[in-house]
Design a protein around this ligand. Structure first.
Ligand SMILES: [Zn+2]
Length: 198
């Protein structure tokens, strides 16, 4: 994974500062920053303005590009760009700008394996629930279905499994999954995605 936008007073800005208003790059990043994952305990205020409200700052975004790179950025990235005019590296913006659907690749295969592996670290599996939704593929649905049969994952991440299924399957999610899977927290997760996307 390539790191982007981990800023602080000690490190300073790694990238340049742009003009006075968020530019096209901001919109590209905002559109690609769909779900905060890897939430940590506590909150991180912005080092530059101390703003705790602008972004809760306790998680990160991961971006899977169609060129095969994976980037990780703090939740505060959008705040840094919007308020402090931080400009991420061009390679990052270019990778996000592709816009095409991701083809199933080794990254998806690995996430699928993690979701099927009952002895894998729960936190890694929790993150895999989020990340596999980047692939609109029947194999992603299958891996999420397996995750939904694991009592620990279902208890702790039923809603997130539902969100991911809703993102991959779209409007037909409930019909395709059937009532035995699309129930409880999973159903709530599916519905929350459908409300957002209309
Ligand atoms: Zn700030």
């Amino acid at each position: 994974m390539l790191n982007v936008g981990w800023l602080g007073l000690e490190m300073g800005f790694q990238g340049g500062l742009r003009g006075s208003a968020p530019d096209a790059g901001y919109e590209v990043v905002r559109a690609a920053s769909r779900r905060v994952s890897n939430k940590m305990m506590g909150y991180h205020a912005c080092d530059f303005c101390g703003d705790l409200d602008a972004a809760s700052g306790n998680g990160e975004y991961r971006y899977y590009s169609s060129s095969g790179e994976t980037f990780v950025a703090p939740e505060l990235l959008l705040h840094y760009m919007e308020v402090h005019r931080y400009s991420p590296p061009d390679a990052f913006l270019e990778a996000l700008g592709g816009g095409s659907e991701l083809a199933w690749d080794w990254r998806a295969e690995r996430l699928s394996a993690i979701l099927r592996d009952e002895v894998e670290d729960p936190e890694i599996r929790w993150n895999a629930i989020f990340d596999i939704a980047n692939w609109k593929d029947a194999r992603a649905v299958e891996a999420l279905r397996v995750a939904a049969t694991d009592p620990i994952l279902l208890d702790n991440a039923g809603f997130e499994i539902g969100e991911s299924l809703g993102m991959v399957l779209g409007a037909d999610a409930v019909g395709e999954l059937g009532g035995d899977v699309a129930a409880g927290e999973i159903l709530r997760g599916i519905e929350s995605v459908q409300e957002k996307t209309g």
